[in-house]
Design a protein around this ligand. Structure first.
Ligand code: FRU
Length: 496
């Protein structure tokens, strides 16, 4: 028999229910999932259960800061409109009282199975401190979840020699043939991040198979939140390393999320790394997770926040939101990302300009707003700099600027209304591409949703995500250049 739910969970659910009602809907993003109340970090258990999309998340409903981790919960029919459900798990067992950390979910014989990391953080009778991370299971019906009585299901004794029992977390499960597999993040005693592969026939007993890949001093230290999936003719290992060092414009200091492209030989469980790129080049993106839809699309969702520059607006009673779910496609050896096609259903009030010359500071009638899908194609490049200022007013602005000489695109939130000295600028190198219809084009698609922007460049070749807390009245959009540019613009409001 599985465990019954605890008073602790009941309490947290009550506080959550009350808190949600107190937050005015206008204080939230419209089409991005935001924390119901209090703090949210990583997406967890992104899965399909009984035909609905379910998403759980790292959650501390009691304050706007990180605290003992619960699993918040919501579901959706189309990956855009999310319905909040009661908290799924609270840290109420001896093996997870330090927190129910990140994990994943899978549907098995009518049940929704959650696999997550329990943090053991306790003082023993002899006064010694016991801190460990172990892997645990819970099962539910899409609403209520019960922790497995045999927890933990994977403990430190299964780890390969020289692996930490303290940094061993974030299992991602899938089924292949007759077997279940999971990848889990781990730290070696040489301070290398690594991803471990486990196998099971029954979800209860797990066998360690192999170390799939390691940072080897190059890609940070602890590897958090691994995911492992085929895409086109490649196999992708997606991980979020801590403590990375910046490299050109590809990686930044601190926590990054990276795609490791490679080949996987299933018969011997060997992964061969080919190349590594960033998953997102903006200021706020971490701990992404993927699922495969019924029609075969690989969809990724990430936490749109950064650990080192946590931007929380004091007037909001929630902190933390997710990116829009993005479809991943392998094209010419690179992962392209695009907002899930379901977003199109919510496009309203189309405004379009074709072949508009820009030679000075220009506002285009009808092009403004904070909840919009804005596409700008630059088709003539007679300039050094071309800028789009959005969430713009006399006092505030978010800036996207293309330097044509250096082929460099910058996102800058310096004047977005920040009062903390946090990182404000990121750059990418990106070249116009040649389109059969338009000739040379630099394609920019900005998804704005009140307090965030996701910039998809060249049909998703690179993406930059950032949150900002500019007052809502700043909703202007201004184009500017030091030379002459020609642009095509399409704007939709997004109405949910
Ligand atoms: C990543 C992470 C995970 C962990 C969770 C704790 O952001 O540190 O490794 O499971 O957050 O909230």
């Amino acid at each position: 028999m599985d465990k019954v739910q605890s008073n602790q969970l009941d309490m947290a659910r009550k506080i959550e229910k009350r808190g949600i009602l107190e937050i005015p809907i206008e204080h939230r993003p419209v089409y991005h999932l935001s924390s119901p109340v209090g703090w949210m970090n990583d997406p967890n258990g992104f899965s399909i259960y009984q035909k609905d999309y379910h998403l759980f998340f790292q959650y501390h409903p009691f304050s706007n800061t990180w605290g003992p981790m619960h699993w918040g919960h919501c579901k959706s029919k189309d990956l855009i409109r999310w319905e909040y459900l009661p908290i799924a798990m609270s840290p109420d067992e001896s093996y997870d009282e330090g927190g129910c950390y990140s994990g994943s979910a899978i549907e098995v014989e009518g049940k929704h199975v959650l696999i997550y990391t329990g943090v053991i953080d306790q003082y023993l009778e002899d006064g010694l401190h016991d801190y460990r991370q172990v892997q645990c299971m819970a099962k539910g019906d899409g609403l209520n979840y019960y922790k497995y009585k045999g927890n933990p299901i994977i403990m430190g004794d299964s780890l390969p020699e020289g692996s930490s029992t303290k940094d061993f977390r974030d299992p991602k499960i899938w089924k292949e043939g007759e077997h279940y597999y999971l990848v889990v993040g781990s730290l070696s005693d040489t301070n290398d991040g690594q991803v471990l592969l486990y196998q099971s026939d029954n979800l209860e007993q797990w066998k360690f198979l192999t170390v799939l890949d390691q940072s080897k001093g190059k890609y940070g230290k602890m590897w958090e939140c691994p995911d492992f999936f085929p895409l086109g003719d490649k196999q992708i290992l997606l991980v979020s390393p801590q403590d990375m060092r910046a490299k050109g414009y590809e990686f930044h200091n601190g926590n990054n999320s990276i795609f490791i492209y490679g080949y996987y030989d299933k018969s011997v469980h060997q992964f061969e790394r080919e190349k590594v790129t960033s998953a997102d080049y903006g200021l706020d993106f971490y701990a992404p997770q993927t699922l495969q839809t019924a029609d075969g699309r690989r969809i990724m969702i990430g936490w749109m926040q950064s650990w080192d520059a946590k931007l929380t607006n004091n007037f909001l009673n929630w902190s933390g939101m997710m990116t829009l779910p993005r479809e991943l496609v392998l094209k010419e050896g690179r992962i392209y990302q695009s907002p899930v096609q379901e977003l199109k259903k919510y496009h309203k009030n189309k405004i379009e300009y074709i072949g508009r010359k820009i030679t000075q500071t220009t506002a285009l009638e009808g092009i403004s707003g904070r909840v919009i899908d804005l596409q700008v194609d630059i088709t003539e490049f007679d300039f050094h700099h071309f800028s789009i200022r959005f969430a713009y007013s006399e006092e505030y602005e978010m800036l996207l600027q293309y330097n044509h000489l250096r082929k460099c695109l910058t996102i800058d939130r310096t004047y977005s209304g920040l009062v903390r000295d946090v990182v404000c600028r990121r750059k990418i190198v990106v070249e116009p591409y040649v389109s059969k219809i338009q000739g040379e084009v630099l394609n920019l698609r900005l998804l704005l949703d009140r307090y965030s922007v996701e910039v998809f460049v060249n049909e998703g070749e690179k993406v930059m995500s950032s949150v900002f807390h500019t007052p809502m009245e700043s909703d202007g959009i201004i184009f500017d250049t030091d030379g002459s540019a020609c642009i095509n613009v399409i704007k939709y409001d997004i109405c949910i």
